[in-house]
Design a protein around this ligand. Structure first.
Ligand code: SF4
Length: 325
């Protein structure tokens, strides 16, 4: 039997930490984080550290995502067993109860008083889910969008042989063409909200993935967004983003290039700090780590202030609940 080559990572800072485990394949989260700040990428996806404590907006999103997933996966399961759409809708109270129970299990407490997202209460989640159920029921009665697959993972090879993957929320048929559906939750929806999805590497990657899996042209992504603020919401809004063959080919070349850059960081052991990213998303959780005067001190800080958590793009919700990367 041919022995697999042993790769020496010992020159990478902090590679002696037990949690060190370099990514085997890449997805939009890893690439975007390294793009934003390579050191943050190293700490998050090679050293596999997350800060402790619950991140309420993220967990709220994961809980609602689970709710929507259960609605459609229950429907697909019932239809596989011969039920009609009408049969499924007749059972919608039971499906709702099951889905809501799972969502509340994930979002199992209100944010503490004074938290800046204090309005994201369990009651608000219940309202969001009730509204989501109404939207879902209306979609099924209309019959224009047919869900073909839910929670579909993919992993594909780029030209260099590197792997890129992700997990799509839904593959759907709409107007006899294939589309994807992606569920988002936000408390910021200005005039430019929709523009963030075009261009957007994550969405292009999904369209590439779905095209390869189906062997058909995939038109783009329907982004169903739930909007909640202290004074507004829940509100559901749909946005459309399309992709063409050129954007997919360009995505593949660019992603391969970016992974090549990451491999160079691994080969040199240099994951440079990009301090323009330190204030992103309300402040980088590794700021204190970066302030330490040596790698040994950084290791002590990571040991004391963070916990080990390994990212798996095929099962992102497992980690997102507690992650604060
Ligand atoms: S604090 Fe700044 S430099 Fe340090 S990891 Fe975070 S973004 Fe990078």
């Amino acid at each position: 039997m041919t022995e697999l080559p042993v790769i020496d990572y010992s020159h990478i800072p902090l590679s002696d930490m037990e949690s060190f485990d370099p990514p085997r394949a890449f997805d939009s989260s890893i690439i975007a984080t390294v793009d934003r700040c390579p050191l943050k990428g190293l700490l998050s996806y090679w050293i596999n550290r997350v800060t402790t404590g619950k991140r309420y907006p993220l967990t709220y999103g994961v809980a609602y995502h689970k709710f929507r997933e259960i609605l459609d996966s229950s429907m697909l399961q019932m239809m596989d067993n011969g039920a009609s759409v009408e049969d499924v809708l007749e059972k919608s109270d039971q499906i709702h109860e099951l889905a809501l129970g799972s969502a509340l299990e994930i979002y199992d407490e209100n944010p503490p008083a004074g938290h800046k997202k204090e309005f994201l209460t369990q009651d608000r989640l219940v309202q969001t889910c009730e509204q989501g159920l109404n939207e879902w029921g209306a979609e099924k009665r209309k019959g224009a969008i047919i869900v073909l697959k839910t929670e579909q993972p993919f992993e594909l090879k780029l030209q260099s042989g590197e792997s890129y993957g992700g997990r799509m929320d839904q593959i759907v048929k709409w107007n006899r063409r294939l589309w994807l559906k992606d569920f988002k939750t936000t408390s910021m929806m200005g005039k430019t909200y929709a523009s963030q999805f075009q261009p957007n590497a994550q969405m292009t990657g999904y369209v590439w993935g779905a095209s390869e899996l189906s062997g058909q042209v995939v038109e783009g992504v329907i982004i169903e967004t739930v909007y909640n603020t202290k004074t507004t919401g829940p509100e559901h809004h749909d946005f459309l983003t399309t992709r063409d063959a050129f954007s997919i080919e360009e995505f593949k070349v660019e992603t391969d290039y970016k992974i090549g850059e990451i491999r160079r960081m691994e080969a040199t052991g240099i994951f440079p700090k990009k301090t323009t990213a330190c204030n992103d998303f309300g402040g980088c959780p590794f700021r204190e780590c970066c302030k330490q005067g040596s790698w040994a001190a950084r290791k002590r800080w990571l040991d004391g202030s963070t916990e080990e958590s390994h990212w798996d793009f095929a099962e992102p919700e497992k980690e997102a609940i507690k992650a604060d990367r």
